[in-house]
Design a protein around this ligand. Structure first.
Ligand code: AKB
Length: 331
């Protein structure tokens, strides 16, 4: 099919090209199963290989191919890429900001050594590679409101340090070896069906579970800690859009993306529109210090200008979806 379509010209070949075969690492985290669903709908069930080191639930293996992949084992990764003829790699494996501080050596292995493996793999097999970055790639000396695409990045968590390293290494491999590296800096991601693990923005997911179950929520951030956030559907669509954006539209390989910014007290107000009796207490812990050094408002104008990024969900829309989904899930 590739030969036929290449003879017929660009427009035809775009339509008739074989779908990409995609490997997702760290696939059982907050973003993997949702991304697999979105990519399978577009490119076919068997063209998206979800992977992790965790034993999956039955539904995961019923939904499509699932394999064991340890990002610290280069040979294991090579075998998967060759066996499944992978074209795109989406590299989600990482320890997030709060858990990274609790286990720095492990964060260095997973976030930095693991990244080295997937970058080399992508170079060796000419894969298009996506690596998520984060608002955590900024630090106390970065402008916080707004935080531009290109500015000072001196993060003070191992998570942030590893993500700046990922951005720079990806851009270096792109320039030096022509690697098709693409990276989005995500804000806190809010989802109902998958739980985040060990981040600083997790409170903005937990509040919804507590609102529909116990009606009591204890917040580990101060009421005024404003952070950028995004609903999962926007996050996954942004990822897909940057993967298919024509190279000619990309002035950069790393883009800020966001949808909204709010503080815990503003989120509480929005959740009380649906659950008026919600009781809230504030007990700031070590995550407060992390949040204090992060962007409050993210400037994603470069993504909007270059490849047409637009968010669809604002705070009220996101709250409505989260409450409805969780009410249905908890019954
Ligand atoms: C975290 O809080 O660590 C993550 C992130 C913003 O990257 N959710």
């Amino acid at each position: 099919r590739r030969t036929m379509s290449s003879r017929r010209g660009f427009a035809d070949s775009q339509q008739e090209q074989e779908p990409p075969r995609i490997l997702i690492t760290g696939g059982l985290g907050q973003l993997g199963t949702g991304l697999a669903k979105l990519m399978r709908a577009r490119y076919g069930r068997d063209n998206v290989i979800l992977s992790d080191i965790i034993k999956p639930e039955r539904e995961i293996v019923e939904a499509g191919p699932y394999v064991f992949a340890d990002i610290l084992d280069f040979k294991n990764l090579q075998e998967i890429v060759v066996t499944y003829r992978i074209d795109w790699l989406v590299h989600f494996s990482a320890l997030l900001s709060a858990v990274g501080e609790d286990n720095v050596p492990l964060a260095i292995r997973v976030n930095i050594e693991g990244l080295h493996n997937v970058m080399e793999l992508a170079k060796q097999y000419k894969l298009k590679i996506f690596v998520p970055s984060t608002i955590g790639a900024f630090g106390p000396t970065s402008p916080r409101n707004p935080t531009p695409n290109l500015t000072i990045q001196r993060p003070e968590t191992i998570y942030g340090v590893s993500k700046v390293h990922a951005e720079l290494l990806g851009e270096y491999y792109h320039k030096k070896f022509g690697l098709d590296f693409r990276c989005l800096r995500f804000p806190g991601v809010i989802s109902s069906d998958t739980a985040p693990g060990g981040g600083t923005t997790d409170y903005a997911v937990q509040i919804f579970h507590d609102a529909v179950t116990t009606g009591k929520f204890s917040c580990y951030l101060r009421p005024d800690s404003r952070l950028p956030m995004m609903y999962i559907d926007d996050t996954l669509r942004a990822l897909w859009e940057i993967m298919v954006a024509p190279e000619s539209q990309l002035r950069s390989r790393t883009y800020n993306v966001t949808a909204m910014s709010f503080s815990p007290e503003e989120l509480v107000r929005a959740v009380r529109e649906h659950v008026p009796q919600l009781e809230v207490t504030y007990r700031p812990d070590s995550r407060q210090q992390i949040a204090d050094a992060w962007p409050q408002v993210f400037d994603d104008s470069c993504a909007r200008e270059d490849w047409g990024w637009r968010h669809r969900y604002d705070l009220p829309a996101m709250c409505k979806l989260m409450i409805n989904d969780l009410k249905a899930a908890y019954g």
